[in-house]
Design a protein around this ligand. Structure first.
Ligand code: SF4
Length: 377
């Protein structure tokens, strides 16, 4: 078996009210030659059919995997839609191209299905920075609070939560709980938590984790870039720091950012999220110009450079291998899954009720309430 280069990755691990830098790793798949790429794409299409499997991919993974998902009747989406699509699809085998918590969520929602992933070691700094035992102790110390966790967490953390949310629906759910007089314990993303806290005025106690991609967008450099492109609209994912969110024209989830790019009359956009999304944005809004928001400059050099090292672990070769061998299966302890599914289903039920109330509109201004909400990674 081919040995792939290993990258060392720094992330924030919240501890005792503070934070320390911890280290993880990611391996990078080799880039196939054009001939290998063509062969792998055809092999994956054939194997998906033979195995009666469906490919569910995140917007941040390799463009070829996104295209294959769409060409073969799968789905390319954010974490909320990936979970819904996988649950509702008739296929008995789902191949999830993303990071581990996405595979676990698919398994929790569809325990009878076989969930495979190209690389089971593809993780997430938010998940790593919120270990279940430490999080349980935090919850136990604050029993008066309703526990709301972001999708980017392990099955065990979801099992301890009252609600799981994605960034597209988190703001609405917290506003709903706040209106009921509930105090919130939020984990793990501190930037998203503090954005929601500001928007809703809810009493929120925040776990101090962060996404290593979004945490690196730089406010000062973004301001300079805006001056260079005065007509550009700035699209920002709310896992970004507050000084970056403050410069946004639209704050939203990945799906909401794509929708904004399509519906806006502007023709140039500065995009503050993982650069994997640009493939879908360019396809959805052809002729428009998309510029990556800065992750380096006077204030620092980038570590992730706007691309998640774990999303990058999904490649054509390991996708083909997993379909060939039917390996890399995700397992979730059934007891943990049964506890976690309650928090996920609360969100899905809430989202379904909300969707039923929202009238579709092509007018961006009328959708302002949606875009000022928040969306999933
Ligand atoms: S982009 Fe950030 S939130 Fe998404 S998987 Fe990577 S580290 Fe986690």
């Amino acid at each position: 078996m081919q040995t792939l280069p290993i990258k060392s990755v720094e992330y924030e691990h919240p501890q005792d009210g503070g934070s320390c830098t911890a280290r993880a790793w990611a391996r990078t798949p080799a880039t196939p030659t054009p001939a290998e790429r063509t062969e792998l794409r055809e092999r994956i299409k054939r194997l998906l059919k033979e195995r009666e499997a469906v490919l569910v991919a995140h917007y941040y993974v390799d463009a070829d995997l996104q295209d294959l998902a769409e060409e073969t009747g799968g789905c390319v989406s954010d974490s909320l839609e990936m979970a819904r699509f996988g649950r509702d699809h008739a296929a008995k085998t789902l191949v999830v191209a993303g990071v581990r918590f996405m595979g676990e969520t698919a398994k929790i929602l569809s325990p009878e299905k076989r969930i495979l992933m190209p690389d089971l070691d593809a993780t997430c700094s938010l998940d790593l920075g919120c270990p279940a035992d430490e999080f349980t102790a935090f919850c136990d110390a604050h029993p008066d609070r309703t526990v709301v966790v972001y999708a980017n967490t392990s099955a065990a953390v979801k099992a301890r939560a009252d609600w799981m949310v994605t960034s597209s629906i988190g703001l609405d759910i917290v506003a709903h709980l706040h209106a009921q007089g509930k105090k919130i314990l939020w984990a793990p993303d501190k930037h998203l938590g503090s954005y929601i806290q500001k928007q809703t005025g809810a009493d929120m106690l925040l776990w101090q984790g962060s996404c290593l991609v979004h945490d690196e967008f730089k406010g000062i450099e973004l301001d300079l870039l805006k001056a260079e492109y005065p007509n550009a609209k700035v699209l920002v994912h709310p896992e970004s720091p507050a000084n970056v969110v403050a410069l946004a024209d639209v704050v939203g989830s990945t799906s909401q950012m794509i929708q904004a790019a399509v519906e806006s009359e502007a023709d140039t956009f500065i995009v503050a999220t993982d650069n994997g999304i640009l493939h879908k944005m360019r396809a959805a809004a052809p002729g428009k110009t998309f510029i990556e928001a800065p992750t380096a400059g006077n204030s620092a050099t980038c570590k992730s450079c706007a691309h998640c090292p774990w999303m990058a672990m999904n490649g054509l070769q390991n996708l083909a291998d997993v379909l060939e061998n039917m390996g890399n299966e995700i397992h979730v302890d059934p007891a943990v899954g049964q506890a976690a599914v309650k928090s996920i289903n609360r969100m899905l039920d809430f989202a379904a009720a909300k969707k039923a109330k929202v009238q579709p509109s092509a007018d961006l201004a009328k959708e302002a309430a949606l875009f000022s909400g928040v969306g999933p990674a």
